[in-house]
Design a protein around this ligand. Structure first.
Ligand code: NAP
Ligand code: G4F
Length: 340
């Protein structure tokens, strides 16, 4: 039986990847940071909580990382744990760097000293392209990160390449563009939009406040993207791959798709910071722009070219943005119905 260790199993990707690996017959071990609040909602939602063995784990603690690797003896490590929210990285840049950059190095160095045969997946990101130097972005596009998060991930990306080349470790980086799902964290823009507009549709009086609605992202579905992670570790040679849809849409377009799917009759009015969305049935403002959600430096446009992954991994995205919005809103509606 193959054994996989997933760091960050309580997050969005960790849940979908654990489900995929369990279906493939793996024994799955998951790392969890202790906290007082419930962490296992995603795993319980996917009905896999009972099938995973959990280990207390923090990326800041080298001996803890080494002990978990020694105890679980994994064939594959999927390193997904990170401080993954870009705005928070501006607030806590040093902690973000310790977790994301040194955390990755701690795992790679542990692999190098404990068992070089363990295959390693690094969760790299399109945020590394930042102020993009090429459109669309490929594995060869130079990085120009625009946040402490992006910078921290450039380090973890290159240290993965370095351990592969220096020590012959099967270490691959997936440069994944934004991917979303019903299990996406609530502060990321897609989930914030679908959950808030769903609540408003069901009677909430709240106003959805957003930042830069002109930013464009290449959004895919997390369920499709975790399959690419697994494929990377099944290749003879480790390598780096862009995983993306090849299409880009603005936050405004994402809002429009959600409003339409929820059957709102609505109108955008005003300009710039005063732009807002009016619900034509109630006459009320339901979406506003708020400067609180703008970033010190923005990534204006991301669009990836997944050509290499298509050719070498035979991977392709299967979920359109419209379908993704439907998946997310349907889940949000089901949660509201469950509550009442
Ligand atoms: P996520 O939902 O934010 O999950 C992050 C996970 O990391 C959580 O399980 C979290 O645990 C854990 N974690 C955070 N700090 C830790 C620490 N100090 N020690 C141990 N665990 C820690 O992220 P995701 O969307 O699933 O993304 C997975 C990975 O892919 C991340 O590395 C992210 O940066 C990267 N990525 C994501 C995207 C995307 O669009 N989703 C795109 C490219 C790359 P808690 O539950 O305790 O917080
Ligand atoms: O959903 P976001 O917070 O995701 P962001 O910053 O692109 O980062 C995500 O994707 C990366 C891959 O490129 C991952 F590496 C990273 O871990 C994370 O998963 O913001 C998307 C865009 C930004 O341009 C932001 O300025 O939406 C814009 N935005 C506009 N209003 C907002 C809001 N973002 C958030 N979170 N909240 C808003 O109200």
């Amino acid at each position: 039986m193959k054994r996989a260790l997933i760091t960050g199993i309580t997050g969005q990707d960790g849940a979908y990847l654990a489900k995929l690996l369990i279906e493939k017959g793996y024994k799955v071990y998951g790392t969890v940071r202790r906290s007082t609040s419930e962490k296992f909602v995603n795993l319980k939602y996917l009905n896999i909580y009972d099938k995973i063995k959990f280990y207390d784990f923090d990326l800041l603690e080298l001996s803890n990382i080494q002990n978990v690797i020694k105890e679980t003896k994994p064939h594959e490590i999927y390193h997904l744990a990170a401080q993954s929210f870009v705005p928070t990285s501006f607030q806590v840049p040093i902690v973000t760097t310790d977790i994301n950059s040194l955390g990755t190095l701690r795992i790679l160095d542990s692999i190098n000293s404990i068992n070089k045969k363990i295959k390693f997946y690094q969760a790299s990101t399109s945020e590394m392209f930042g102020k993009v130097q090429q459109i669309p972005q490929t594995e060869k596009t130079p990085f120009y990160p625009r946040s402490p998060y992006g910078v921290s991930k450039v380090f973890s990306h290159w240290i993965t390449v370095n351990y592969r080349e220096s020590y012959n470790i099967h270490a691959s980086s997936g440069i994944l563009f934004n991917h979303e799902s019903p299990l996406r964290g609530g502060e990321f823009v897609t989930k914030k939009i679908t959950s808030s507009l769903t609540r408003i549709k069901h009677g909430s009086k709240e106003v959805l406040k957003v930042g830069n609605i002109n930013a464009k992202r290449d959004w895919g579905y997390a369920g499709d993207y975790v399959y690419a992670m697994w494929l990377m570790l099944q290749q003879k040679n480790a390598d780096d791959y862009v995983i993306a849809t090849g299409k880009t849409h603005s936050v405004r377009e994402f809002i429009n798709l959600t409003l339409k799917y929820l059957n709102f009759e609505y109108k955008w009015v005003g300009q710039g910071m005063n732009e807002r969305v009016i619900n034509l049935n109630s006459g009320k403002t339901i979406i506003k722009i708020d400067k609180e959600f703008f970033r010190p430096a923005e990534v204006d446009l991301l669009i990836g070219n997944p050509g290499k992954a298509k050719r070498k991994l035979k991977w392709k995205p299967n979920t359109s943005l419209k379908k993704l919005v439907k998946l997310m809103v349907d889940y949000d509606v089901s949660q509201i119905k469950k509550t009442y």
